[in-house]
Design a protein around this ligand. Structure first.
Ligand SMILES: Cc1cc2nc3c(=O)[nH]c(=O)nc-3n(C[C@H](O)[C@H](O)[C@H](O)COP(=O)(O)O)c2cc1C
Length: 309
């Protein structure tokens, strides 16, 4: 019998969100999935999370928007995207033909925006779930401002929950005093799962120019540098909520992903690693399969949270 890698990300949701395996792509690092369709067999992934989608198209922040740092990358894209109407018209019909489920990451300037986005995407063929981005560090309104406090995080979650029958994942920010309290508030407000972490607020200065290295001064740090932070937060949150936790932050190899499972994550997202290796997510999946075969592990449940005991 091949090992069972399937994972139920929204066990309480009538719509359900069962992935064939726990390896997803992280929003903003894998476009709409279509860009990678010729690079490797993306249908083998557990799920694809698309770039953040807002009600209207957005141009994003001033350049430069991406700077390499030690062990990571600092970005300030600012939610550049084609807008929800184009996603529904141009992308969803392609996704509907895919085996791999696509989850749409949504972002708004106000709580009302989130509800409207959720309503617009509900019932659209090709959309299997929503990931509510209350964690973007690179916008002046909304984004991480909602995710920093339990009450505002819960208000956004409740608005989305009311507006949709789709499975709802809430994506959390590490830029808060108490991510566990925020996760608990989201779970109470109807989140089917939580994903963490989004990027960590950071900065770099171009010494030659004597100016901030990115256009919007600060940005979001991602990559290997943030993995220990993400892992500690996943460990804490998964001990405090009953909903599935999706781990994200610096995952570039199967060994990284296994650490997150052992800390309590039910699934993982591969983000910045894709920039250096476009098939990073598939490499992570194949490495997990090899580890399970070698260790005689029949089901992921055998390792999820094992480091907690
Ligand atoms: C260039 C870039 C764009 C991103 N865009 C989004 C986004 O649109 N929505 C979102 O929720 N997260 C976004 N993120 C955050 C990632 O999904 C992920 O949470 C973060 O990068 C940490 O994972 P990593 O270290 O594996 O990259 C973005 C990250 C990067 C590097």
């Amino acid at each position: 019998m091949p090992p069972n890698l399937s994972v139920k990300l929204a066990p309480e949701s009538p719509a359900g969100l069962t992935l064939a395996n726990p390896v997803m792509t992280a929003s903003g690092t894998f476009g709409y999935g279509t860009e990678y369709a010729d690079v490797f067999d993306i249908q083998r992934l557990g799920a694809i999370v698309c770039k953040a989608t807002t009600l209207a198209p957005r141009e994003g922040n001033p350049q430069p928007r991406l700077v390499e740092t030690a062990g990571g990358v600092l970005n300030s894209i600012g939610l550049q995207n084609i807008g929800v109407a184009a996603v529904i018209r141009e992308k969803a019909p392609l996704w509907a033909k895919w085996r791999v489920p696509v989850i749409v990451n949504i972002a708004g300037d106000s709580i009302t925006d989130y509800g409207k986005l959720a309503a617009r995407l509900t019932g659209v063929k090709g959309v299997s779930g929503l990931e509510v981005n209350i964690s973007c560090p690179n916008v002046s309104a909304g984004g991480a401002a909602f995710g920093a406090r339990p009450d505002t995080a819960a208000a956004v979650t409740a608005a989305v929950r009311q507006a949709t029958t789709l499975p709802v994942i809430v994506k959390l920010t590490p830029n808060t005093g108490d991510i566990t309290a925020v996760a608990q508030a989201c779970a109470r407000a109807g989140a089917d799962a939580v994903a963490l972490i989004n990027s960590v607020k950071g900065m770099a200065i171009d010494v030659a120019q004597r100016r901030p290295a990115i256009g919007s001064v600060t940005g979001g740090l991602s990559g290997p540098a943030i993995k220990p932070i993400a892992l500690a937060m996943v460990y804490e949150v998964s001990g405090a909520v009953d909903v599935p936790v999706i781990g994200c932050g610096g995952i570039a190899s199967a060994a990284d992903a296994l650490e997150f499972f052992m800390a309590g994550a039910s699934a993982v997202q591969v983000g910045s690693a894709t920039f250096a290796n476009p098939r990073a997510a598939l490499d992570v999946l194949e490495g997990i399969e090899a580890f399970m075969a070698k260790e005689g592990i029949k089901s992921l449940d055998e390792i999820i949270g094992c480091a907690r005991k």
